[in-house]
Design a protein around this ligand. Structure first.
Ligand SMILES: [Cu+2]
Length: 221
């Protein structure tokens, strides 16, 4: 069967569109950030934030009501980074009640005694640090870090945050950690993301004493 010129052109156009689509989909960068303290020890729970210095072709959609759980008389996660304007849920998975509060300037609130399978919601409108505690369990401590940056990732136990599928271009990179001294905050850095992997590192100056969350002893909750 003979193909008409029109059909051949049609196939060519389709192939052209497909290859340009594949090309644009394939061009994406990954950023691997290693965060450590001044002694060079890896830091878990550091928040790496990226703000594109250009308009993204696909805007980042913020997570829909991320959770700050109460489970086993602990908050989980210990650090929760969220974008400004995010509504966070506070579900209680324990058999007993919690009374969650924050005295932080960024957001003052109190979730009065509430029990198992109850969920509260709080919206965080201002950027900054929100330290959370519980009136009943002194050991409970966690942080919500509210940022204007649309892209964020926490470092894992190895002190590494891997941010994938980044559109090539310039980004402002910032790093925060709950133990950081105010003056120890690294200066934001402008980095260029191109196709492929790029590695960055950040070193943070930590306070000598900063809160960590410890599991209460058996029978103490
Ligand atoms: Cu509690």
């Amino acid at each position: 069967m003979r193909m008409t010129l029109r059909k051949i052109l049609g196939v060519m156009v389709t192939l052209g569109t497909l290859s340009s689509f594949l090309a644009s989909a394939a061009v994406a960068g990954n950023l691997i950030v290693s965060v450590s303290n001044k002694k060079g020890e890896s830091l878990e729970n550091a928040v790496v934030m990226l703000t594109p210095q250009f308009t993204l072709s696909t805007p980042v959609v913020a997570a829909d009501s991320p959770e700050m759980r109460q489970e086993g008389a602990l908050f989980s996660p210990f650090v929760l980074p969220v974008k400004v304007g995010t509504k966070v849920s506070f579900p209680n998975f324990d058999e007993f009640r919690h009374h969650v509060y924050s005295f932080s300037k960024t957001k003052r609130f109190e979730l009065r005694l509430y029990g198992k399978d109850e969920t509260n919601f709080i919206t965080f409108e201002k950027p900054g640090i929100v330290a959370l505690g519980c009136n009943i369990h002194d050991n409970m401590l966690s942080y919500i870090y509210v940022t204007e940056a649309p892209i964020m990732k926490k470092t894992d136990a190895n002190g590494t945050a891997t941010l994938t599928d980044l559109e090539p271009g310039q980004y402002k990179m910032e790093i925060w950690h709950p133990g950081v001294k105010r003056k120890g905050m690294p200066t934001p850095k402008i980095i260029t993301i191109a196709d492929g992997n790029r590695s960055e590192s950040g070193q943070l100056d930590l306070r000598r004493v900063w809160g960590i969350q410890t599991q209460p002893a058996e029978g103490q909750y």
